[in-house]
Write a new protein. Structure first.
Length: 128
């Protein structure tokens, strides 16, 4: 089985939106763990980042996370990785590296996560 990062790069080259967004998030200096054993956070942040300025409705995040994980050939198992709630992006909104009082920080680098009007967003700044 190929390493997950190789799968993400291959899928990005094939035009996979979440994979493209994930590579952009990493280019914005986000520090994410990329492993087949623990892909929930990675998949959820990727599907939110892909939506850009449109954002994604809170009630669509879980299905999108699961679909992206399946497209990568990874399994989501456990109460957090396969939660029926958008736990990863919710945590990123309140506990990213941009919040000095955050617990168990998610380092999004230069990107920012937020929630507004029932939608989640991750804005990735344009490279200079």
């Amino acid at each position: 089985m190929e390493p997950l990062m190789d799968t993400i790069k291959r899928r990005s080259a094939q035009g996979c939106g979440p994979s493209i967004a994930l590579l952009e998030l990493l280019a914005a200096e986000a520090r994410l763990v990329i492993t087949r054993d623990n892909p929930g956070r990675l998949c959820e942040l990727a599907v939110v980042a892909e939506t850009g300025r449109r954002g994604i409705p809170e009630n669509e995040v879980v299905a999108a996370r699961r679909a992206y994980a399946a497209s990568l050939g990874v399994t989501l198992s456990g109460p957090t990785k396969d939660s029926d709630k958008p736990a990863h992006i919710s945590h990123a909104v309140d506990h990213s590296n941009h919040n000095p009082n955050a617990r168990n920080r998610i380092n999004l680098g230069n990107a920012r996560a937020f929630r507004q009007n029932g939608r989640f967003y991750i804005f990735i700044p344009e490279p200079i």
